[in-house]
Ligand binder design. Structure first.
Ligand code: ADP
Ligand code: ADP
Ligand code: ZN
Length: 216
């Protein structure tokens, strides 16, 4: 099974993909995570991506497209299927993905769009914090760790807030992506594989809906 998880910043892609990964053996490919890792390691890709991600802008399509193309060509993807998270984010990326999948003889089974209002997104991003050790995502009000200051997944006490989640960066990021996401949704609607779900429900209820789409 090959799926896309789409949604504006803060919609819950990371949170839901953690849960999906536990129950389905899909290869999780999150372009945002790949860029953050490259920036941390100061690789060539990281140095290039940093100026864009720091300002909440999208990394250029040619860079992002070739990165995903390389990742999709690896063996684990054809063996287990994939879950793309945060890609495509432009129509150009969606078209490049169609072509790559066609070349690899793969098809997309479902596109899940997690729909959340802009004001709710801002509120979520301002309270988001992340485990530095394992990447698990929390929210100070809506999804705190079970034991204070301790990661549920790995037990670490080391958390951070993303630079691009600071309030002054958030609105720009959401608005930019609102504009570019619309034609992509139409593209998959036309292909008959788009599933739109209400992302303002609880984390558990959003996940139940996703399971309903993916099957048990
Ligand atoms: P969020 O979790 O807020 O939705 P991500 O972690 O997916 O954001 O992405 C963080 C940043 O990485 C984006 O603001 C953008 O700069 C870059 N990025 C991620 N995915 C893409 C993509 N498909 N195309 C271009 N840039 C991307
Ligand atoms: P994305 O990867 O789409 O940017 P995240 O999964 O990181 O989004 O979620 C953004 C923030 O909102 C996190 O702090 C997360 O704990 C919280 N969150 C995710 N889903 C929900 C939900 N259904 N209700 C309330 N808060 C949520
Ligand atoms: Zn952790």
């Amino acid at each position: 099974m090959n799926i896309l998880l789409m949604g504006l910043p803060g919609a819950g892609k990371g949170t839901q993909s953690e849960m999906i990964s536990t129950d389905y053996s899909l290869v999780h490919i999150a372009t945002g995570d790949i860029f953050r890792e490259a920036i941390k390691n100061e690789t060539e890709l990281g140095l290039l991506a940093k100026s864009y991600t720091d300002n909440g802008n999208l990394v250029p399509d040619d860079v992002t497209n070739s990165l995903v193309k390389e990742r999709l060509a690896q063996n684990d993807v054809s063996e287990n299927g994939f879950m793309l998270d945060g890609y495509p984010r432009t129509l150009n990326q969606a078209e490049a993905l169609d072509k790559n999948l066609n070349d690899l003889n793969e098809t997309l089974d479902a596109v899940i769009y997690i729909d959340v209002d802009k004001e709710v997104l801002k509120d979520r991003l301002s309270g988001r914090f992340i485990c530095r050790n394992c990447g698990a995502t929390y929210h100070k009000l809506y999804n705190p760790p079970k034991v204070e200051d301790t990661c549920d997944t790995c037990g670490s006490h080391d958390f951070y807030q993303r630079e691009d989640d600071k309030p002054e960066k958030v609105s720009h990021r959401i608005e930019l992506q609102m504009d570019s996401i619309r034609p992509i949704l139409e593209h998959y609607q036309d292909a008959g594989i788009l599933h739109q779900i209400n992302g303002e429900d609880s984390i558990e209820s959003v996940y139940r809906n996703i399971r309903g789409i993916l099957g048990e």
